[in-house]
Design a binder for this molecule. Structure first.
Ligand code: NAP
Length: 297
């Protein structure tokens, strides 16, 4: 489609205009994907910033007003706020509207939203796997999604046309789209994203609790690996609280595997078993090579 053709959606409502919502608003504008974009957030400061940065055409605090006549409603708040937003907007949704989201957890989102949405509205949950540790509308940029994956988890019986339109939207935002079962998504993301964040939060918290005599050196020599953990552990606290609470089963399963493996390493170190350590580190080095080759570094 060229910019002279009609937009993919006439009217889009972004419920939440932080890092992800703002980036989506900006890329939709750049690519001519939406005729009119309405942003919704709780605070006037967020709404003003979204307007000032040209992320949205209109900004309102009330989800019911935001979704009026919208062809696409994209939930971009922390996942714990989705149900309340859906309840507030449900009876104001246009028949045939697509409701989607960018949440990092998918089974809980489907469970929360399905009972609230009226007949004739199409739910197509999604998760663009792209982000930074920054938050708010000012953190958004149109190229955030470029070259990354977007996972869509349409529930059984989802409208094929709606899924196709959503795929098209994310493709035009620069992403590669993969359709996946929500349960599988949650397990995969528990390994690739949720557990690493939990580990980073733990390590940085542990360092923070160290004796005062060590703290200055921790900051001074942070480049020795700790720095990368501090970047991850600077991610939004509310967003990550919600992710762990909403994907608790998969995260707890992965955490059990992780602590068992950690015990093995602890035992190897205590026993002076260098072979176990070297074998693992050789395997993990090969995994890093695979990640780089998949252009996900
Ligand atoms: P963010 O930068 O903190 O933005 C959140 C937005 O939602 C803000 O506009 C905020 O504005 C609004 N908001 C927060 N709570 C709300 C509520 N209860 N009701 C209405 N609006 C509310 O967060 P983000 O990084 O864009 O993340 C948004 C979603 O994307 C999350 O569900 C997350 O799981 C998912 N995600 C994030 C990343 C990432 O790396 N950050 C990557 C992929 C997916 P007000 O505070 O003014 O209300």
């Amino acid at each position: 489609m060229t910019k002279n053709e009609s937009p993919l959606f006439d009217r889009v409502a972004l419920i939440g205009v932080g890092l992800i919502g703002a980036s989506l608003g900006l890329v939709m504008k750049r690519e001519g994907l939406a005729g009119h974009v309405v942003g919704c957030a709780r605070s006037q400061a967020t709404l003003d910033k979204a307007l000032e940065l040209g992320i949205v055409d209109e900004a309102v605090a009330d989800p019911a007003a935001a979704v009026k006549d919208a062809d696409l409603v994209m939930l971009c708040t922390p996942v714990g706020a989705f149900a309340a937003a859906a309840a507030a907007m449900a009876e104001h949704l246009k028949p045939g509207a697509i409701v989607s989201d960018v949440g990092s957890v998918k089974q809980a989102v489907i469970a929360d939203l399905t009972p609230l949405l009226p007949e004739g509205v199409h739910l197509v949950p999604g998760h663009p796997i792209a982000g930074t540790e920054h938050s708010g509308p000012q953190a958004g940029f149109a190229d955030l999604f470029k070259g990354r994956w977007c996972i869509l988890t349409p529930p059984e019986g989802a409208d094929a046309g709606a899924v196709e339109k959503l795929s098209h939207l994310w493709t035009r935002a620069g992403m590669e789209v993969e359709i996946m079962d929500a349960e599988h998504h949650d397990v995969v993301l528990a390994v690739t994203s949720h557990l690493p964040h939990l580990i980073a939060y733990t390590i940085v918290g542990t360092a923070f609790d160290l004796e005062e005599s060590i703290m200055p050196e921790v900051f001074k020599f942070a480049a020795g690996g700790f720095r990368d953990f501090t970047r991850i552990a600077a991610s939004d606290p509310v967003m990550w609280r919600d992710i762990f609470l909403k994907n608790s089963d998969a995260v707890l399963d992965m955490l059990s595997c992780f602590t068992a493996d950690l015990d093995t390493l602890k035992h190897a170190i205590r026993q002076g078993d260098g072979k176990t350590l070297e074998d693992l580190f050789t395997r993990t080095r090969a995994i890093r090579k695979g990640v780089v080759e998949a252009h996900q570094d």
